[in-house]
Design a protein around this ligand. Sequence first.
Ligand code: UDP
Length: 337
Amino acid sequence: MTVLVTGGAGYIGSHMVRALVDAGESVVVVDNLSTGFSALLPEGVPLFIGDAGDENLVEGVIAQHGVESIVHFAGSVVVPESMRDPLGYYRNNTMTTQSLLNAAVRSGVSRFIFSSTAAVYGNPEEVPVPETAPTRPLSPYGMSKLMTEIMLHDVATAHGMSYVVLRYFNVAGADPLGRIGLSTIGATHLLKIAVEAATGQRAKVDVFGSDYPTPDGSCIRDFIHVTDLVEAHRSALSYLRAGGGSVTLNCGYGRGYSVLETIEAVRRVSMRNFAVSHAPRRPGDIMTMVADTGRIRTLLDWTPKYDDLETIAAHALAWEQKLFLERGGPLQQAESA
Ligand code: UDP
């Protein structure tokens, strides 16, 4: 009864691996370490360094470890980067999953949990947005994930697989015990940028767009703590093991905070009044993205524990401070994630 976690050395994947190990599960990881770090894995977890789309590798791992379920995190996650490099996103997200599914089908793995995104909705007509809303992604990132969702649905139907697609809203925060967190160099996500500013690694935070028709003019996001997100995955796994049918679920708290409110939360918890400047809108950005969480709360046994922006900001900050000390000072160079 081993769980294969692809991208298990990455930000969310490494939190999932910890949670599974803490729960006494047998886990194996495939990660190409393009953005992940082997140091984020707990001792004793086998790591196969390679691509989740390498069918020979994956089939070997499944056979060797008796894998019964796959939790697929590996992929690229930066909206603006996907606008510049769509083919890279279709390769890393869509084609990789095609190969992974091929290996899963050939090996008889019948349970699959897939990391999707709220970006599949594009600009929603209805907020909070339910899973039944039309899917009209505005970026190759969102499209690459939507294509994967469709493929997974067809594969599951044809081959007797059961899946849970989890559409993540904005994942942030870090392990409350401070063991792991977002370590990517050159990360572009708002909370990461803000805690880098709070720890003196950046001179300022740019707010991309202050003229949206929202209460304070900036975009609105539904931030979910990485630990709660991981618990949703564990609960999805239990659901599938109990014979639950394939389903697509939003993963958020159902509450939105603006970019400016988020920056203020980081200023408050860090007690650092770092500079904030107004910048043009970022291409591909969605104005307001908040989850309708009715389905996940009904279907899964899932009660969020960290539904509080300041707690999320505090955990992200604590991890950033630790990382800053370990890396021995400010980042000299920001590499692309
Ligand atoms: N954002 C910002 N400044 C930054 C990074 C992000 O104003 O340095 C904004 C971004 O334009 C978006 C929101 O914060 O409105 C969330 O962006 P992020 O990249 O964190 O996640 P996304 O919602 O794009 O997945």
